[in-house]
Each structure stands twice: as structure tokens, then as C-alpha cells.
Design a binder for this molecule. Structure first.
Ligand SMILES: [Zn+2]
Length: 736
């Protein structure tokens, strides 16, 4: 029974991932196709994502912790560790089942319990925490930009204003959307629906309009070359799968897939609208699944993508001739030509096994499976841009999967849609109205303080040789800061599309804007990288480290609300934005980031001995997390969250170094503020998804697992052996 539940929940969360990744994926705009997306595992975000259904909390059901110790996978060097028995307090239902703990036993829950019991999930959200709270605030600001546009005088802002207004009006115009119904999508998919032969499929995939507007049998991105960071390279990546993680396809039968609501309700609904009978739609869905299952075997799983050696495995430079030789019958040159990316000096093929498999599958006998995958994937990609009935079916299914209740208002959803569709235009308007130069300066100064503390730490690091230490400091010294908003924006004055009054609709706008971004991508092929240009949407409530450029980005969106305020005390400042900055810098030195040099080249700057010592320290961290069991019989996967956990751990170390320099620093205030930053309530479904798919540790572990590694925490609260927060000194973690 447990196995069945586990398998079912795995399927559910797969859909959730697919959903979180879907939406206009063919529009290769800035911020959607950044460097790190190319590698899958390269870019890292501070925020935890959403997540799935389990069977109950390990500790609450009394089956966690020591009882299961023998069954747990324990890594080298930490065998015999007592597994932590904290309840997974991110899940509100679990919190309701337990008594209030002492903070010596469960710090995260003790600090946040009242909030966790009193807070309700907002409509349409499967989880809520300070980051989500701030996101809702930013969404409100964006909605206000749309509802109450200011009279702009700067020509770039006037242009941005026109575009966002045009799209906003079309999105909100349900009468026209309902009248158009499926027609815009049908027009787009008809050439594909008529494909019967391999030659016809090749002709369809070779059209520039296919590259712009529909799902392809490969993904193409132009971003910083891992082997020559000053120049762009073309990345060739496998197809996306509807259930996200390729791992699920090995566990799924055709019947499983056919009964999944995302297939059976969302995609079927659109297929029937497109004119297929119910029986025909079943055939299309089955053939789509057949292709996904066949190809999934040759696509890396989420776990493989987050492994330490993933970037090295993904770094396969090729010439066009080499690509063609490996692709065999699969028309790779024609497809890349459709993107305008066939003239690149360098391609990075991230998954050679996938390409070899496409050679075999690209066959006359298999053409219907390939075609029907493309139909289904494209159809679901546009589900939120069609008529009301499709929109409602989509959100009903998504809520069923995530456990969220209710839906966001149309105004908010429209603001989301504009924000996704015109990210840089909205970003420029947002920066103009809400991001001040003072904030940029203050956070920039704090970042410099943190970099200084980092330099001191590297200089004192006892396990490093002088040679490796010098390279590490050079890398830190070359780190580029991107705080709040850029000084220089790209010129987008040529971007335009037809609004409703000019005969346009949401899908035709996608085509026009998509063509513009493909042209932008094409103009970068073989060109030098301009490091002053930011590719992130600065209105995001997020922060990143990009190893391929050695940059940290703190988006303007994250610098407000309860996350940042100029009047914060030093303790509060360190616990919130200070932690974010230190976390992002730490990614330069996590097990993936540390493989890139000061410019962003994938180049080993470690001595063999130092690398070994570093890996052993990271192994201990992996084993520590492998030992923690948030859901009954379901443990953390240490290797999946390794990079993020290292970043969390080193961030805390750096913050405590900064604290030591502050006269009269209030450690109790700092640790409590830190714990409050990670207070979360979420549904069981979403927590299970985060546990199985997210590269970040669960929120309660981002507090408890981190603070218990440091003397300052023990000293502040008098933690002793026998307390739930106690970890024996020889078992404590230290990666840096
Ligand atoms: Zn991170």
C-alpha cells in the first residue's frame, strides 16, 4: 500500500513540476533563457519552490528518528548519527498534531508555532511564507502599474507602458477570448495535425515559425560558453517532459498516465476543442506518452542533474558537423537553422545519449508518436491563454495537485501574465516606480561587508593549500554584484505586437514577441558577452548566483516588505537580506560553483588533495541530510540538496563572523529573526513535492539543520546533550 501511495504521489508531483515549468516556453526572452537554464543545474535561486502527497510526518506518527535508524542510508564518516526527530513543521496539518516544543528541542517550530497555527493559505496558493508574502505585495505593485499607469516622459518607458497596457487589455478581454475560443491555437497546430510522413514532420520542424511558436523536438539556447566565458555558445538540450522528472516515466504505465488529471482533463479538453473525438484524443495522448516514456530513459533525472558531476557530464562542446554525425536521421541542422543558430562556432550538447536516442526514434514508423507529443505539449503550453472554460479546467486540476484552494483574481492573474510575457518592460517600469537608488547603495554596501568577511574566512581556511586559496580569493575578488536594478538596459525599442484593436490576440502577440527574441538570440551567436547586461527579471522576489558569469543578482523585488527595510536593526538585516547575499556568494564555492573559475569558465582550479578534502566535507553534509526523515519512510536526498545546503551553511558561518565584529550584538534576536525568515505553512502535497524535487532543503531544516552546527547557537540557548537541537561536536558540519 505504501508503495502505491508513494508512486501515486510521485506522479502528482511530476505534473506539478511540469506545470511550474510550462507557459510560453518558446518565447526565448531575457530572463527565461539565462545561461544557467542551459545547464539545468547551474543557476540557483534562494527561494524554495512548491511541492506533494505523503502519508504523514515521521515524528508525529512515532515512526521516525532512531527507530528507523538501521534502515537509513548513511554515508561515510557519519554512520551512527542520531537522526533528528523534529516534526516537519512546514506542514500546518502536522503542526496541529503536536504539543508546543521547547526551543532547545525544535527551534524553528518553537519560534514560529503561533504564526503557523493562526495563518491561513491565501486563495490560489499552496504555501505561504515571507517570500510568498512579498511576492503577493510585488504582484500588487505590478497590478497597480497596470491599473494606474503613470504618464511617462522617458521614451523607453513610454514604449514599455504601451506594450504592457496592450497585452493587459487583451488578457482581461474575456468576451473576445471566448469568442475566439480554440481558433488561434487551431490555426497554429493544423500544419502539425496534418503531418503523416517523416518528410512532412521535418518540413514542419524546419520552419522558423515553429521554432518561435510551438514545442520542438529539441531546446536551443544561446548563453555564456562554459569553456570560454567571454563568448556566447549555443546550447542544445533535450525536450521537456510533461511530468517533468524523467525518473517518473520508468515507474508509470500507460494506464497511470491516462488517468492523471493533467493528461486526462487539461490536455484532453484542448484536444477535443481542436476537433478530435474523445476516442481520437485518447489515441493522441497514448502516442504522446509512448514517446515521452521512450525518450525519458535517455534524459537525466532531477537527481542526476543536481549531482556534483552534472556540469562536467553536460559540458560536451561540439561543432555542427559533429552534432550532425551524432544526430543521424534527426534533422538537427534544419531545426537549429529555424532558430537562426546554425552558424555557431561552438555548440554545447548537454545530453549526448538523448541525441543518439533521437536518431533511432526519428523514424517513419514512429512519426505519429513524435507528432502527437508535439501536439500535446504545445496544447498544454497555451492552456491559460485560451477561453474561460479551458482556463477554469486548468486551474481546477492544478489546485487538485498542489492542494491550493480558490483562485487568484483575474487582475492578479493578468498581472502575472504580463509579467511573464514582457519581463524586461515590466521590470523597467517596476524599477522606475519602486526601486530606489538608496536601496541599491545600502544593499551594495552590505554586500561589500559580506565579501570582506568571506575573504577573511578563505584566508584562514585550514584545509586549503596556498595555491587553491589564491585561486579562491581571486574568484571572490572578481565576483560581479548585480544589486536591485541595472545601470544599463538593453534597447528594446523595436519590440512590438498587434493589440486587440489592431486585430491581434494573445497568441499572435506571442508569435510577434517570440520572433523578436529569437532574433535577439541569433544576434548573439559567436559574439562577445556584454557583462553589463542583466538577463534576470528584477521585479522577481529572488536572488541568484550564476557560475557561468561569476555574478550574484539580488533582484529589486526581494528588497522590500518584511525582507528588507532600511530601518532594520543589524540583527534583523543579517538574518534576512544578509543571509540572502551570503547564501548566493556561497554558491560560488559550493560543489558545483567551485568547478567554475573567476570568469565563469568550467575549469578546475583546485589541487587534487584540496579537492579531495573538500569532497569529504561535503560527503559528511550529504550523509547528515540523508539521515533526516521528514515524512514517514521518506528521507531527504542529501545529494539533491547538497549545493543549497552548503550555501545555507556557509552563509550562517559568514553571518556569525560579521556578528562577532558588532559591539553588543544580540544573538537571541538574530537567531529568532533568522527562524522567522523561514517560517512556512504549506500543504502535504506541496511539501512532498519540495522534498522529492526541490534542490533546497525544506524550510524547517534551513533553520534547525543550520543553527545546530554553530557554537554561538549552543551558547545563546544553553543547548545540552539530550536536547533535540543538540548535535555532538564531532558530528557537526563544516564545509568551509
Ligand atoms: Zn541557493
Amino acid at each position: 500500500m505504501t508503495g502505491l501511495i508513494k508512486r501515486y504521489t510521485a506522479l502528482l508531483c511530476a505534473v506539478l513540476i511540469a506545470v511550474s515549468m510550462s507557459g510560453c516556453q518558446n518565447i526565448q526572452g531575457p530572463g527565461t533563457g539565462s545561461t544557467s537554464d542551459a545547464g539545468g543545474s547551474a543557476q540557483t535561486a534562494v527561494e524554495a519552490q512548491t511541492g506533494e502527497t505523503g502519508q504523514g510526518p515521521a515524528s508525529v506518527t512515532g515512526n521516525g528518528g532512531d527507530d528507523n535508524g538501521d534502515d537509513l542510508h548513511t554515508g561515510e564518516g557519519i554512520v551512527g548519527v542520531d537522526a533528528a526527530t523534529w516534526v516537519d513543521s512546514d506542514v500546518q496539518q502536522f503542526v496541529r498534531l503536536v504539543d508546543r516544543p521547547r526551543l532547545e528541542d525544535d527551534f524553528h517550530l518553537a519560534v514560529n508555532m503561533d504564526w503557523m497555527l493562526e495563518t491561513e493559505l491565501p486563495a490560489g496558493y499552496p504555501s505561504f511564507d515571507p517570500i510568498t508574502e512579498r511576492s503577493i505585495e510585488v504582484d500588487g505593485q505590478i497590478a497597480d502599474i497596470l491599473k494606474n499607469p503613470e504618464k511617462e516622459t522617458d521614451p523607453a518607458l513610454i514604449h514599455d507602458q504601451e506594450l504592457v497596457q496592450k497585452y493587459y487589455k487583451m488578457w482581461m478581454d474575456w468576451d473576445t477570448r471566448n469568442e475566439l475560443g480554440i481558433e488561434p491555437l487551431k490555426e497554429r497546430l493544423e500544419p502539425l495535425m496534418n503531418v503523416q510522413t517523416l518528410d512532412e514532420l521535418t518540413a514542419y520542424l524546419s520552419r522558423p515559425e515553429t521554432a518561435i511558436s510551438a514545442t520542438e523536438l529539441l531546446q536551443c539556447d544561446v548563453s555564456m560558453d562554459w569553456n570560454n566565458a567571454d563568448y556566447y555558445a549555443v546550447y542544445v538540450l533535450p525536450v521537456d517532459l510533461i511530468f517533468g522528472d524523467s525518473m517518473y516515466y520508468g515507474m508509470m504505465s500507460e494506464d497511470d498516465a491516462m488517468s492523471e488529471p493533467y493528461y486526462d482533463e487539461v490536455i484532453r479538453h484542448i484536444l477535443v476543442d481542436l476537433g478530435y473525438s474523445d476516442e481520437e484524443a485518447t489515441g493522441v495522448l497514448k502516442r504522446c506518452f509512448a514517446f515521452e516514456q521512450d525518450i525519458a530513459e535517455y534524459i537525466m533525472t532531477t537527481e542526476e542533474q543536481s549531482a556534483r558531476d552534472a556540469v562536467v557530464k553536460e559540458n560536451n562542446p561540439r561543432t555542427m558537423e559533429q552534432l550532425e554525425a551524432e544526430a543521424g536521421d534527426f534533422p538537427i541542422r534544419q531545426m537549429l537553422a529555424a532558430y537562426g543558430a546554425d552558424g555557431s562556432d561552438t555548440y554545447i550538447l548537454t545530453e549526448p545519449e538523448w541525441l543518439a536516442a533521437m536518431d533511432v526514434l526519428y523514424d517513419e514508423d514512429y512519426v505519429q508518436n513524435l507528432r502527437d507529443y508535439l501536439i500535446c505539449y504545445t496544447a498544454q503550453d497555451y492552456a491559460t491563454l485560451l477561453d474561460r472554460s479551458t482556463y477554469d479546467v486548468y486551474y481546477e486540476v492544478i489546485n487538485g495537485i498542489s492542494g491550493a484552494q480558490g483562485t487568484k483574481s483575474d487582475e492578479k492573474s493578468a498581472a502575472d501574465a504580463v509579467n511573464t510575457f514582457l519581463p524586461m518592460q515590466m521590470g523597467r517600469l517596476y524599477a522606475d516606480r519602486y526601486v530606489t537608488d538608496e536601496t541599491k547603495k545600502e544593499v551594495s554596501d552590505l554586500t561589500d561587508e559580506i565579501i570582506d568577511a568571506y575573504r577573511d574566512m578563505l584566508k584562514e581556511e585550514s584545509f586549503l593549500s596556498e595555491e587553491t586559496r589564491r585561486s579562491a580569493v581571486t574568484k571572490l575578488d572578481n565576483l560581479q554584484k548585480r544589486i536591485a536594478k541595472p545601470d544599463k538596459w538593453e534597447d528594446d525599442s523595436g519590440l512590438t505586437f498587434k493589440g486587440g484593436e489592431e486585430g491581434g490576440n494573445l497568441l499572435s502577440a506571442q508569435d510577434q514577441v517570440g520572433a523578436y527574441w529569437v532574433e535577439r538570440m541569433r544576434s548573439r551567436v559567436n559574439q562577445k558577452v556584454d557583462r553589463d547586461i542583466w538577463t534576470s527579471r528584477i521585479q522577481q522576489v529572488n536572488a541568484f548566483y550564476d557560475p557561468s558569469q561569476n555574478t550574484i543578482t539580488l533582484c529589486g523585488g526581494i528588497l522590500g516588505g518584511s525582507l528588507y527595510d532600511a530601518s532594520m536593526s543589524r540583527e534583523e538585516l543579517f538574518a534576512s537580506v544578509g543571509d540572502t547575499v551570503a547564501h548566493e556568494i556561497s554558491h560560488a564555492f559550493d560543489t558545483t560553483g567551485a568547478q567554475f573559475d573567476e570568469k565563469g569558465n568550467l575549469r578546475n582550479w583546485w589541487t587534487e588533495e584540496d579537492q579531495k578534502a573538500f569532497a569529504q566535507r561535503a560527503d559528511k553534509l550529504v550523509a547528515y541530510f540523508d539521515n533526516i526523515e521528514p515524512f514517514q519512510d521518506v528521507n531527504c536526498v542529501g545529494s539533491q540538496i547538497e549545493g543549497e545546503a552548503i550555501a545555507d551553511l556557509v552563509a550562517m558561518k559568514i553571518l556569525l563572523r560579521l556578528a562577532a565584529r558588532e559591539p553588543g550584538f544580540d544573538y537571541d534576536k538574530f537567531f529568532r529573526s533568522f527562524s522567522e525568515t523561514w517560517k512556512t505553512i504549506t500543504t502535504i502535497q506541496t511539501e512532498y513535492y519540495t522534498l522529492s524535487q526541490d534542490t533546497h532543503p525544506l524550510a524547517y531544516l534551513r533553520v534547525n539543520a543550520m543553527v545546530q552546527q554553530f557554537d554561538e547557537f549552543y551558547d545563546t540557548y544553553g543547548i545540552r546533550k539530550g536536547d533535540g537541537m543538540y548535535l555532538a561536536p564531532d558530528q557537526r558540519l563544516e564545509v568551509w
